[in-house]
Design a protein around this ligand. Structure first.
Ligand SMILES: [Zn+2]
Ligand SMILES: [Zn+2]
Length: 703
């Protein structure tokens, strides 16, 4: 008896190979089993997708290449996991094998059946931990938390937990997980956070709460910052059911968890949940799909939900049956009292070229005198975004990109933030030889220097010199640098912290009583329709950093303040921010989006082409556009003309894109599916000449 096995393997993107490749096996293989199969001259890992008996009257099957090995020490991947992978592949227009293999820990690819069996044996040989039945000291819940938990328990969801910063969302997650695990000895929970940096804090809280009750291996992490052996160990624990709780970043949405009953997506609005390369999936959206498929409850949590989730959780009204999500609100901050006051500084009234207004400097000075901390936020790293010659107009353009190279004074370099091209700063203007080339504009490095000069003469209450620190992608490049910098802030060694949006997210700065945004105006008038939404959530989160520690704030008699320097103090976004009124902001944004027919009232995808020339990239897109005319249902989908990307050229590659939009998600999906084979053909046709790659981005984040 022989079996024909269709296997999902990682085939090169856009190769002519199909979704699965067929092999023959002399032993029966269970669907979902991991197998090793020959592919070209290599032997690769694959997932058995479908298996059929192949008898003597099926010679084509018997002539297939044989499966090399079945990794049968490991339980096969479940049907629901395979469904998730198949859905993601279909929805995001990628191959099955690409998604399936990317969802598995990389180390699995290199292990033979024997090595894997040995590894699993070693794991099971570890004696079970001593489980104490020590329930942690029960903190009193707020009325809002208790109500949210009661509804999470009684209803099916999916839920949007709309809780302001400091309202105790994490405690709600912890309790919901605790209830689940206690009730069902096989149940597992998946808890996702947007950034790797946030996992250690969360992991500590979950371990403290659950390891006593469920044993030392009950909580595992899964994110790309782990070593390959660590990732494999976590994955095996999740797949085997010994890990009851998996904490992770977006990749964790694909973890194999046979007992999955609850998924938490914390800070669900965060753009990091959308993968920006390869398979461009949204982990938040897949979590909703997965929860539905596996009958697991899904909790999306945020103080500033994405407008999609907010709209999906709208209550029923006269004409409208309401959204599919259940909205749970927790508007109050626990113990911290009022949200910080928001002050707007009208920069039109300041002398020209003012960087930091006098009133803001006074406010920072007062904090220093009281031994409190200030956080100064500017979303642009480096010293200056451009270096320019005043004589001939030369600017520090990147020779490989349509962008300027950023001046980094610390190591005297000009660095391209798009392709990485780095050079020493020239002594004189490369075009005319003028020695007087000067930085234009301002990044975090220059702001740090500027603050240092302004406060050079100021002393701390104890007479020591004040300390200004900076946290951004440059200052934290070295492994462990972020942790040590954060530790210095927490220890009170830093008086003024300058940084990019990295400092606005999630970190608990207990002694920060002032947060200021120096130059947030760019996002108000961006061509990207999601820019205001991102700005609002960033500012709300930053404001949440001020005065978080109730005990500290009240002892000092200080309250948290957020300062915003803007040329548009009348802008409705700031008016809503002043009142901490997300709902007002969302209402207005949604009205605008509805009027303009944009998400969540429409569904979008981008077709992008990269080529040696802009003409070639656009020619491919235009040909694709014409090819789509003939497809059924094409009239229900709007296709816009091909345009260059905002940053048109990166590393000498010209980039163009075409927006595709429909009021029906199904119509958009149908068109994309039918279009896919035509695009593959076009790539090989004369129209595809010069095209380096093309891709489809479904539900793109920025357009
Ligand atoms: Zn010059
Ligand atoms: Zn460049």
């Amino acid at each position: 008896m022989k079996w024909r096995v269709d296997v999902a393997v990682q085939t090169p993107a856009h190769s002519a190979l199909g979704d699965v490749l067929s092999y023959v096996s002399g032993v029966e293989v269970t669907p979902g089993a991991l197998v090793r199969v020959p592919l070209g001259r290599r032997e690769v890992l694959g997932v058995a997708w479908t298996v059929q008996a192949a008898d003597a009257d099926d010679p084509p099957s018997l002539a297939l290449k044989p499966v090399t090995a079945v990794l049968d020490a490991l339980a096969p991947l479940g049907e629901s996991w395979r469904d998730l992978v198949a859905f993601a592949a279909r929805y995001y227009q990628r191959s099955l094998g690409e998604i399936a293999l990317a969802a598995l820990p990389p180390q699995l690819r290199d292990l033979t059946a024997v090595q894997l069996a040995r590894r699993l044996k070693r794991r099971s040989a570890v004696p079970p931990p001593d489980v104490e039945d020590a329930a942690p000291a029960a903190l009193a819940l707020s009325v809002e938390q208790a109500e949210a938990l009661a509804r999470l328990d009684a209803e099916t969801g999916p839920f949007l937990l709309f809780g302001s910063t400091g309202s105790g969302k994490t405690e709600v997650y912890l309790r919901a997980v605790a209830t689940l695990l206690q009730r069902d000895p096989d149940a597992q929970a998946l808890v996702m956070v947007p950034e790797i940096n946030l996992t250690p804090q969360l992991e500590a809280r979950f371990r403290e709460r659950f390891e006593g009750r469920f044993g030392a291996g009950a909580v595992v992490s899964l994110h790309s910052g782990m070593t390959h052996p660590q990732r494999l160990a976590s994955w095996l624990a999740a797949h085997g059911g010994t890990a009851r709780i998996v904490l992770g970043t977006r990749m964790a949405v694909f973890a194999s968890m046979p007992g999955l009953r609850l998924i938490v997506v914390d800070e669900e609005h965060d753009p990091s949940y959308k993968q920006q390369e390869g398979a461009r999936y949204s982990a938040r959206d897949l979590a909703i799909w997965r929860g539905h498929r596996e009958k697991a409850k899904v909790i999306l949590g945020s103080a500033t939900p994405s407008l999609e989730s907010w709209y999906q959780s709208r209550p029923a009204q006269a004409e409208d049956a309401g959204g599919r999500y259940t909205r749970l609100s927790m508007p109050s901050r626990i113990g911290t009292g009022a949200l910080p006051a928001v002050r707007l500084v009208d920069m039109n009234l300041q002398p020209p070229k003012t960087v930091l207004s006098g009133a803001l400097l006074d406010a920072i000075g007062q904090r220093i005198a009281r031994g409190e901390q200030s956080l100064v936020f500017l979303n642009r790293r480096g010293y200056a975004p451009v270096l320019a010659c005043a004589d001939c107009g030369w600017k520090s353009e990147c020779p490989h990109c349509s962008a300027y190279r950023v001046f980094h004074k610390i190591d005297r370099t000009l660095r391209c933030h798009h392709c990485g091209f780095t050079e020493r700063v020239p002594r004189a203007c490369p075009a005319c030889g003028n020695l007087d080339i000067a930085p234009v504009g301002r990044g975090t490095e220059r702001l740090e220097e500027h603050l240092g000069e302004l406060f050079a003469a100021v002393r701390r209450p104890d007479g020591s010199a004040i300390r200004i620190a900076r946290i951004d992608a440059d200052s934290t490049r070295r492994q462990g640098a972020l942790e040590s910098q954060l530790a210095a802030v927490h220890a009170g060694e830093v008086d003024v912290l300058v940084g990019t949006q990295m400092i606005a997210k999630g970190h608990d700065f207990r002694r920060v009583t002032l947060v200021c945004a120096i130059h947030p105006d760019g996002a108000l008038f961006s061509s990207d329709f999601r820019a205001p939404e991102r700005l609002f959530s960033l500012l709300m989160q930053s404001a949440g950093r001020a005065g978080r520690d109730a005990a500290y704030v009240s002892a000092q008699g200080a309250t948290g303040e957020m300062w915003i320097q803007t040329h548009h103090p009348q802008h409705p976004l700031f008016a809503a921010l002043r009142r901490h009124d997300y709902e007002a902001f969302a209402r207005r944004e949604l009205e605008d989006r509805a009027a303009a027919g944009m998400p969540p009232f429409a569904f979008q995808a981008l077709l992008r082409a990269d080529a040696r020339t802009q003409e070639a990239a656009q020619a491919f897109l235009n040909a694709a556009n014409r090819a789509a005319d003939a497809l059924e249902g094409a009239d229900r989908v709007t296709r816009y003309p091909a345009v260059p990307l905002a940053i048109q050229r990166v590393a000498n590659v010209e980039r163009a894109q075409m927006l595709i939009e429909s009021s029906s998600r199904a119509a958009l999906q149908r068109l994309l599916a039918a279009w896919q084979p035509l695009l593959h053909d076009l790539r090989r046709a004369p129209e595809g000449k010069g095209v380096i790659r093309w891709l489809v981005d479904v539900d793109p984040h920025s357009i």
